[in-house]
Design a protein around this ligand. Structure first.
Ligand SMILES: Cc1ncc(COP(=O)(O)O)c(C=O)c1O
Length: 392
């Protein structure tokens, strides 16, 4: 049996999305800036897609800029805003559990003279809005806190944080790459100034995304060229990709979310029955498709390989950093020791995940944990009786 449980890394493209895109590769392939009918067809598709994305987050279409994905959107939010507002101040606030697209961009901005505060999170992975408020100074220009974490699925109190920023006159950006279409976002009600989205996490094509930039927000373009995307992002638009992104965003419905939540809970509850297994992150405020657990006395990589041999694809830490063998900065930030963090596995479901697949995964994880613990040298504080045969 093949079970793909790495949907936090990327997802299968929905056949409906492929179908919608096909027309824009083979027939309506014009450049959206061209004046002839081919160009106008492409422009129409671009505008319709913009309306679709805008409606989902209650923005105006002109506030949506299409990009090459979440990484570029995060870069525009940080670098573009920092550059345009450097006369106002040089301080940025973010958290220790952001995606590398934010953390490494902030580190680069530090080299250019900006000051960055990386806020701590609680052991469940939450940023405290009071910490944000306390960190704001007269030099603060931007607060960037992710909506949902890509590793442990924690959903941040971004409404509260954004309300503080609005009151203090500081821009608020959220990386909503993992939450988009899974958790309701209303940029107006939630006081969000900028937000990043990506298509390939929601059954759309890779290399497409968007950034919401509230009207009046000062952001400089990172690349120079034509006047595409209201002068905020030069380069011929990836029309087929954008059509696919909008299609994908409009397909996910309440039933999909409920199904993922039920299967996620079954997976978490069953795996927690294994001795010395704990959940990373919060049980309640977490993404409907994310289960991240730590299996004490086990190497995550060994577990990943054994599960892969059984046809199950999962990840250790975040996919982007799993080749580095460094412990995940997110798991470190929630206070896990090196060994414990190394035994953590992330399972991320999709609308395609079935109960049969989850039941199979539960059985195989139990089997693999038992096998690996038998060969694992026991560490102080544990004895063989802590690991009875629990192959049920
Ligand atoms: C929270 C978060 N932000 C940003 C990104 C980067 O998005 P993209 O792969 O579209 O560049 C990811 C992808 O893993 C993510 O999970």
């Amino acid at each position: 049996m093949k079970v793909y449980l790495d949907n936090g890394a990327t997802t299968k493209v929905d056949p409906e999305v492929v179908n919608a895109m096909k027309l824009y590769f083979l027939e309506k392939y014009g450049n959206a800036s061209s004046l002839h009918s081919y160009g106008q067809q492409a422009k129409k598709a671009l505008n319709n897609s913009r309306k679709v994305i805008a409606k989902i987050i209650n923005a105006d279409p002109e506030e949506i800029i299409f990009t090459s994905g979440g990484t570029e959107s995060d870069n525009i939010a940080l670098r573009g805003l920092a550059d345009a507002n450097k006369k106002k101040g040089n301080h940025i606030i973010t958290s220790k559990i952001e995606h590398h697209a934010i953390i490494r961009t902030c580190q680069d901005l530090e080299k250019q003279g900006f000051k960055v505060t990386y806020l701590d999170v609680s052991e469940k992975g939450f940023v405290d809005p009071k910490d944000v408020e306390a960190a704001i100074t007269k030099n603060t220009i931007l607060v960037s806190i992710m909506h949902a974490n890509n590793e442990i699925g924690t959903i941040q109190p971004i409404s509260e944080i954004a309300a503080i920023c609005r009151e203090k006159g500081v821009y608020f950006h959220t990386d909503a790459v993992q939450s988009f279409t899974k958790v309701k976002i209303d940029v107006k009600k939630m006081n969000i100034d900028l937000a990043s989205f990506s298509s390939h996490k929601i059954h759309g094509p890779k290399g497409v995304g968007a950034i919401y930039i509230k009207k009046g927000t000062k952001v400089n373009s990172l690349v120079t060229g034509g006047a595409h995307e209201f002068g905020k992002r030069a380069g011929t638009e990836n029309v087929a990709g954008i059509v696919g992104f909008a299609k994908a965003a409009s397909i996910l419905n309440k039933d999909h979310l409920e199904k993922m939540t039920t299967l996620r809970d079954e997976l978490i509850n069953e795996l927690l029955k294994i001795p010395h297994v704990q959940l990373n992150g919060s049980k309640q405020k977490r993404l409907c498709n994310n289960a991240n657990l730590r299996f004490n006395l086990i190497e995550g990589e060994a577990m990943l390989i054994h599960l892969d041999m059984n046809g199950i694809a999962v990840s250790t830490g975040s996919a982007c950093s799993s080749h580095e063998l460094k412990v995940s900065h997110v798991l470190k930030a929630i206070g896990l020791s090196h060994d414990v963090a190394h035994g953590s596995i992330r399972f991320t479901l999709s609308k395609y995940t079935t109960k049969k697949e989850i039941d199979y995964t539960i059985d195989k994880v139990k089997e693999v944990v038992l096998k690996l613990r038998k060969i694992s040298p026991l560490k102080p504080g544990y004895s063989a009786k802590d690991f009875p045969d629990h192959n049920h």
